[in-house]
Design a protein around this ligand. Sequence first.
Ligand code: GLU
Length: 481
Amino acid sequence: MAKVRTRFAPSPTGFMHIGNLRTCLYAYLFAKKNDGAFVLRIEDTDRERYVEGAVDVIYSTLAKAGITHDEGPDKDGGYGPYIQSQRKSLYLDYAKELVEKGGAYYCFCDKERLDSLKDGNGVAKYDKHCLSLSKEEVQRRIDAKQPYVIRQNIPSDGASEYDDMVFGHISVPNEDMEDGVLIKSDGMPTYNFANVVDDHLMAINYVIRGVEYLSSTPKYNLMYDAFGWERPHYMHLSPIMKDAQRKLSKRYGDANFEDFLAKGYLPEAIVNYIALLGWSPKGNEEKLSMNQLVEQFDVDGISKSPSIFDEAKMRWLNGEYIKQMSVEDFVKAATPYFEESKAAGKYDYSELAKLLIPRVEILSEIPDKINFLEEFGEYDVTMFEHKKMKITKEIALANLKTVRQDFAEEEDWSDTALKARGMALAEKTGCKSGQIFLPLRLALTGVATTPGGATEMAQLLGKQESLRRLDFSIDLLERNI
Ligand code: GLU
């Protein structure tokens, strides 16, 4: 059996759509699962869409996503060049070969004639007019420098069929397909031609790509057949949707890999999540490393129906990844968020990390969770009221006063020592521990949710600041009862 070769063929647009990244991932997983090669090819023939620096975005995306290509513009595997614009010169010769073999023909029709073929809706289907030109006539016109295109010669009747690995049997009546342009009048290939020539020359035997190419594939197969080349296998993938009607879009900030990195998602969690969008592993485990994905990936699990992107689920999964991070890795990933918070530079980031690791789902939650460290002032004292725990503002005030007095004597301002003091106070006063610790936590922070319990917050703030805040809160309560 020939070695499996798959490819990812992005156009350099400057960003990486989540759907494209998933296509890339599946092509990678399929290659690795089968000990094959994964090839990166840059499809930059559409110069109008070309964006400076966009190829670097592709490299950096793959690197961040942990997808390593075996061959590509920066890794020659003997099938290059891997950038389409550097392959320009070879397409015309192949088009001429296809003409020789009857799979294509020269067309000299001008715009006027093409316009005259349009129906009431402005849609034209080329009528094979130039197919009947004799070889001599064609040569005469080429010699006379008449502009031409080269068109595919699609049989007028019958149907073109193939078996897609995901969608099953596909059959398209030949009369529904047009003799599309393969080489434009400027000598450049169209995508429809270039992808066939490139995939063949790069020995790609498994073509994995978006479903929008499902119905064009019979045309490509006709070219393979006319050349006498072996057809590849195909795996087309359904789109990823925002909901039943809408696609993911830039406008909602949910279309591109970069959008999610900016929101504080970890690349490995994004990759894990999108692997599951359109593919179901056999087991129940959803948190899967790249190695596990490679091991478990299998075409049977790929779904034909569009998948719905569920950001809440990706957020949850991201939280699971964060929980397993080491303090060191977390600090590294979270530093930009620490830096943009009000607590920037003022706390030991490792200490903050220990508190935050079990409590954040995405890194961008960090500033909100720690701003209270530096931002403390008037707040709403109704926050102290807690029916279930039987806490009123009065009880809160009384307990805070007791705590203030007792804690002031503590020399070892640590979570453990302070917790012990709090517990002892509860015992002594006959309160439930929550009636001590909840008011304390609120009084120290002024916010309802904090990245840790009361005494952890006290340790973080230090003795002086903690006592200052307790005094402030006691005064605030006294003024508002
Ligand atoms: N350059 C095409 C795209 O970005 C690739 C299509 C294919 O994989 O054949 O959609």
